[in-house]
Write a protein that binds this ligand. Structure first.
Ligand code: FE
Ligand code: FE
Ligand code: ZN
Length: 278
């Protein structure tokens, strides 16, 4: 079965997200760990977290994906910004233990002129401070489109972060279809080639989650604008091949398309239909 969900609002708590996921035909979901614009995260209600854990077990959920605020910069030049990223991510990982055994995704950040090599060094340094042997969460590096000075625009850059991280068994990768296409990985005409390259550089066993998005921007444009499924430059045919590919078909996929809940529901139904599940 296709493991699929969408990005949901966390404002009404954990169990609400689980039920909302089911209401749109999903068996997983993504959410922000805290307001991307704000600082302090809301306290977790342990009873609500337990209710979600039970609900997910009863409903055969795939792993869920928490997304760190995209405003964090784990390789900032400014010490204060760097310190804030460290504190927020460390706190997020503690909170993730209320929903154990799931995924936590973050953007590697922007090196803001320090150079990718320095950025990679700083990201690994941060990971070496916050990853703990006893944590049950796998932390995912997201593939980025390469806008501005973003780190993570190539599989090699993600590999370099993993290589410098001591507890690298706690790390995986979340592949964003819109981002990799914008970064110059041609998943439309050469999906097999891109996956072979991913396997050679990073290792497909590290690929834990997919952000399934179409793109408003042309191939290799280094621009990051998500489009509804089938309405963009990637297109429905390529997305159909993607979700049916042997190497990808069991990996949880998360829609981050510009939609309300009803739009997500339609996309999930469309994708399940392509997999012959409706
Ligand atoms: Fe993201
Ligand atoms: Fe994404
Ligand atoms: Zn994006």
């Amino acid at each position: 079965m296709l493991n699929i969900g969408a990005h949901l609002s966390s404002s009404k708590g954990f169990l609400h997200m689980g039920k909302e996921a089911v209401s749109i035909g999903g068996n997983t979901f993504q959410f922000f760990t805290r307001n991307p614009r704000g600082g302090k995260a809301k306290d977790i209600d342990p009873a609500d977290a337990k209710a979600l854990n039970d609900f997910m077990a009863e409903n055969g959920f795939a792993k869920i994906l928490a997304h760190a605020p995209y405003t964090l910069n784990p390789c900032a030049k400014d010490e204060k910004i760097l310190e804030f990223a460290l504190m927020a991510m460390e706190d997020d990982l503690k909170r993730m233990e209320y929903v154990p055994g799931n995924y936590y995704n973050f953007h590697p950040g922007s090196h803001v002129g320090q150079g990718a090599e320095k950025g990679i060094e700083k990201i690994a340094e941060l990971l070496n401070k916050i990853l703990k042997e006893e944590q049950t969460t796998t932390v995912l590096l997201e593939t980025m489109s390469g806008k501005g000075s973003e780190v993570g625009r190539s599989f090699e850059e993600l590999r370099a972060i993993i290589d410098r991280t001591e507890l690298s068994d706690k790390l995986g990768v979340c592949l964003d279809t819109c981002h990799v296409y914008s970064a110059g990985y041609d998943i439309v005409s050469n999906l097999d080639g891109v996956l072979e390259e991913f396997d050679r550089v990073i290792g497909l066993q590290r690929l834990k989650a997919i952000h399934l998005n179409d793109s408003m921007m042309p191939f290799a444009s280094n621009k990051d604008r998500h489009e509804k499924i089938g309405k963009g430059t990637i297109g429905l045919e390529a997305i159909s091949r993607f979700i049916c590919h042997d190497a990808l078909k069991d990996i949880p996929m998360f829609l981050e398309t510009p939609n309300e809940l009803s739009g997500y529901k339609e996309e999930i139904s469309l994708l399940r239909g392509i997999r012959g599940e409706n």
